[in-house]
Design a protein around this ligand. Sequence first.
Ligand code: ADP
Ligand code: MG
Length: 245
Amino acid sequence: MTSTPLVVLENVNKHFGDLHVLRDIDLTVNSGEVVVVIGPSGSGKSTLCRTINRLETIDSGTITLDGQPLPAEGRGLAKLRSDVGMVFQSFNLFAHKTVLQNVTLGPLKVLRQSKSEAEARGMELLDRVRIGNQAHKYPAQLSGGQQQRVAIARALAMNPKVILFDEPTSALDPEMVQEVLDVMTDLASEGMTMVVVTHEMGFARRAANRVVFMADGQIVEENTPDEFFTSPRSERAKDFLSKIL
Ligand code: ADP
Ligand code: MG
């Protein structure tokens, strides 16, 4: 398999005041690859995701998407935000819009699709996340697992090059975790490029091409899931795994 680098971080550093939150981060995500990022709370996982779609700026180093440096502003930034989908722990759906409207808003406003085009594609995506029959409901009428699947459909509607998932199942009741992971597993097997911050080790084992372990703002270890879970190299990773497995 040839690897085409899609997202490349080189020597990335970021501070929040005195806190050195990302330290010399080097990370390449290839096209079609699923990279799972794990690590203790506060290790910089969310910040790492947020730098990739420029919700956060960086202090030094470079980040490129498809070979191009991340644009700082204007149209380039809007394009970046549609190229880099993001799914958050807290869904962030628009409460006063229906499920379908949540999914078509970006395509209508940003991609300038026609209403019929956006709605047809929106329905297709809602079916794909197994929620087509809820299209005309409002988010509050849906379970958390259903809302998160809407958020995934909304991200997909922008035809992103990569989707970043930041603990997408952490806010869900336990019985809803699997339905969201199943949709993510489908996406992974269809070749979507994904960066997934998660504590769901079963998903990491099944779906990840690579596991990146972060601690204190650094990538401490990067390995195949098999290697990582059976023989972690670093003490930090061993310690972390002993607490969660
Ligand atoms: P993780 O997602 O791994 O739990 P985060 O990236 O959210 O870690 O946070 C890394 C560190 O940066 C934490 O110590 C957190 O408190 C701090 N941090 C995150 N966002 C901000 C911010 N906007 N301002 C100041 N500190 C922040
Ligand atoms: Mg986080």
